[in-house]
Design a protein around this ligand. Structure first.
Ligand code: DGL
Length: 268
């Protein structure tokens, strides 16, 4: 038993898709969320910059005495996980391998698609993990950089989003993928448009997969919160624009959470 909170972060509001799944699976855990809304998107930035930002966020979350940190951002998971793991003495859950594990169970024809930000796809991590986990897999990755601003704008069911999805996803459909990993935590917000475009292709929501991995980890280590406070102590922080966060949070979580703005420069 460990009643300390769990730290979760993303470049913006995408990590709320992970938070939502964690709340469903682990209702007794207290969560500290940080969305780096001043510096989103991470997906167009270099690995060095994403790692520098992630390091500051780790230091911030550690100031809340968290017991584990969930990198609820595929861009930071693919570009910064190795550095963060070597620098910090705290258990870290990243979002890539849980989605890959689910893909291994779901695919029948072993042709798997993955979509993510430019930095995630450029890192080559998803394809590498898929090839390691699924012998003989043919993995096809596609960067979809316009999806993050569409999600941040709240354009979850919209003609522009649908047409954008058609343009991005056609080349994966041409490869005859039977499953598609949403390799960016913003993308589950656009799932209706994506599903319309890909039809019977199975969608793997890495946010859900990650929450399941977190639960399994807490049980294995016996560090669940058994205090049954039903998440009373969740706290949300952003680096800019608390009003916009509240609006999007309402849309994603169907519940209002107030966020506090903090200055990350203090957490070097
Ligand atoms: N939600 C993020 C991810 O999973 C990042 C999007 C971005 O900041 O570009 O990659």
């Amino acid at each position: 038993m460990d009643s300390r909170p769990i730290g979760v972060f993303d470049s913006g509001i995408g990590g709320l898709t992970v938070i939502g799944e964690i709340m469903k699976l682990l209702p007794d855990e207290e969560l500290i969320y940080f969305g780096d809304t001043a510096r989103v998107p991470y997906g167009s930035k270099s690995a060095e910059t994403v790692t520098k930002f992630s390091r500051q966020i780790f230091n911030f979350l550690l100031s809340y005495n968290v017991k584990v940190i969930v990198i609820a951002c595929s861009t930071a998971s693919s570009n910064s996980y190795d550095s963060l793991q070597s620098e910090f003495d705290i258990p870290i859950i990243e979002v890539l391998s849980p989605g890959v594990e689910d893909a291994a169970h779901v695919t029948r024809n072993k042709i798997v698609g993955v979509i993510g930000t430019e930095a995630t796809i450029r890192s080559g991590k998803y394809v590498k993990l898929l090839e390691e986990r699924i012998p003989g897999v043919r993995a096809f990755a596609k960067a979809c950089p316009l999806f993050v601003p569409l999600a941040e704008e709240g354009w979850t069911q919209n003609t522009v989003t649908r047409i954008t999805a058609e343009i991005y996803l056609q080349e994966l459909l041409d490869k005859e993928i039977d499953s598609l990993i949403l390799g960016c935590t913003h993308y589950p917000l656009l799932v209706d448009c994506i599903r319309d475009v890909i039809g019977p292709v199975k969608i793997i929501n890495a946010a859900e997969s990650t929450a399941r991995k977190l639960k399994a980890y807490l049980i294995k280590q016996d560090i669940q919160n058994k205090a049954h406070k039903l998440g009373g102590g969740h706290r949300f922080f952003v680096s800019d624009n608390t009003d916009k966060f509240r609006r999007i949070c309402n849309l994603v979580m169907r519940q209002t959470y107030e966020a506090q703005k903090i200055d990350l420069e203090k957490y070097l």
